[in-house]
Design a protein around this ligand. Sequence first.
Ligand code: ATP
Length: 210
Amino acid sequence: MKPLAIFGGTFDPVHLGHLSVAWEASELLDADVRLMPASVPPHRPPPTASAQQRVAMLRAALQGQSRLMLDTRELEREGPSYTIDTLIELRAEQGDRPLVLLIGADAFANLATWHRWRELFDVAHIGVLSRPGVDATLPDELEREVADRRTADASASQGLSAGKLIELVVTPLEISATRIRELLAAGRDPRYLLPAGLFDESALLAPYRR
Ligand code: ATP
């Protein structure tokens, strides 16, 4: 059975960095990938675009291919949405199928601040996506937990349902949503940093324009 990979984020907005690394991860792992927009807890700064607007951009971005899918379950759930709860839910749905949580190297470095983070490895593998400008050194507590789990072999998830830390070396693309929001707010046109579908409907990028 093909592994199922989950790529969470705020996607405010989804950009070609997200899509390119998700696509490459899908090839390296021979996995189906679901992009899973996160609802942002009330104590955190809200995304610029609403959940509904972020989903509309994801839908436009994902048109014309069938390898990357959209999963909006975290937006439909009441209250704060923890990755561990999402993975437990997916595990119940998917049986023994290998699950891989995809995380960019910048976000992965903060893993030890996530709710019940050690338990993530009981339910899924973690696939860390290389990202330009991110230092590979991890905080001690995290390094200790992952040292024995680490592998550069992308096929490690085949036939094993959870527990590995898979290093996925993907084409470096120095694109961030923060930079795109800045460009749009300054009246610039970041045409080739974003999927073309986002420009087809002018309302999609309106939340970022001043
Ligand atoms: P922001 O600039 O608003 O923080 P972002 O571009 O980092 O946004 P997120 O939606 O926060 O995008 O990221 C979702 C996931 O995608 C995270 O795990 C992040 O590390 C990863 N990611 C985003 N952009 C890239 C990129 N260019 N290369 C590799 N991973 C990326």
